[in-house]
Each structure stands twice: as C-alpha cells, then as structure tokens.
Design a protein around this ligand. Structure first.
Ligand code: FAD
Length: 108
C-alpha cells in the first residue's frame, strides 16, 4: 500500500487451523515477531488496524453448483483460486458464463 503501510495477511487451510492449538492471530504474531526469514521485514512495524479473519471458499469441492432452477457462481460455487486467494475474476467470469447459459436455454 502507499505511504509505507502494508496490509498483512496469513492464509491457512481450515482443517489445519482447526487442528492447531494456536489462534490465527497468535500464528500471525509469531511469524511477525520471530520467524527467521520474515520477522526482520517487520522490524519497527506498528499494527494500526485490527485483526480480522475471513473464510475463503476454495474450489473445487463436492457440492453441486447447479440444479433445477439453481445456478451458483463465484464464492457460492467455491471458485476462489486456492493458489492466489483471488476470487473476483472467477466470480465475474462464472457470472458471465452463467448468464450466457441462462439466455441460451431460455430461448429454446
Ligand atoms: C479479506 C479478503 C480479501 C480478498 N482479496 C481478494 C483480492 O485481492 N483479489 C480477489 O480477486 N479476490 C479477493 N478476495 C475474494 C473475493 O472477495 C471474492 O472471491 C469475491 O468477492 C466473490 O464474489 P461473489 O460475487 O461471488 O461474492 P460476494 O462478493 O460475497 O457477493 C455476494 C453478495 O451477495 C449478497 N447477499 C448474500 N446473501 C444475500 C441474500 N440472501 N439476498 C441478497 N443478497 C445477498 C452479499 O451481501 C454480497 O454483496 C478476498 C476475500 C477476502 C475475504
């Protein structure tokens, strides 16, 4: 971010988070304060915002994303990229594909 600010995040699979005795915030603090490779980058850093956690639905999973009168797109279809954590592009593209399919089949 501009002005010497950084938005710092930590991603972890839900199963691993559940299995860990530490909270996400404790893990992030541990990395910032004592990870040998990463902590030097935070020397003198001050936390300005508050810690927040969000779930990212990483695909694919086994649930059906379409059915009678039903078509899921974006996060509802678990289309977040597991490597990058990005889902906006996939949400938009899946919405466009869904709209095209709906238009095509409603004209039949
Ligand atoms: C902290 C964080 C950072 C992220 N950073 C990135 C990033 O840098 N780049 C990137 O590509 N992705 C990022 N993502 C993921 C990205 O935000 C989502 O993948 C994307 O917004 C999914 O879009 P969507 O339209 O499927 O769902 P959403 O954006 O969640 O939109 C769903 C909408 O439906 C509304 N809604 C829910 N229920 C109802 C209802 N019953 N009736 C009417 N409306 C309803 C909700 O209020 C919401 O506005 C990030 C996610 C998080 C949590």
């Amino acid at each position: 971010m501009s002005g010497g600010l950084a938005n710092v995040g930590l991603g972890i699979l839900y199963e691993k988070m559940k299995a860990s005795p530490d909270s996400l915030f404790a893990m992030l603090q541990q990395i910032i304060h004592s990870h040998p490779a990463l902590s030097p980058r935070f020397a003198g850093a001050v936390m300005l915002g508050k810690f927040e956690a969000h779930g990212l639905p990483l695909g694919p999973d086994s649930k059906a994303i379409s059915g009678t009168g039903l078509l899921l797109v974006g996060d509802a279809a678990s289309l977040v990229d597991p490597f990058s954590g990005e889902g906006i592009g996939n949400a938009m593209v899946s919405g466009e594909i869904a709209a095209g399919m709906i238009r095509r089949h409603s004209q039949q």
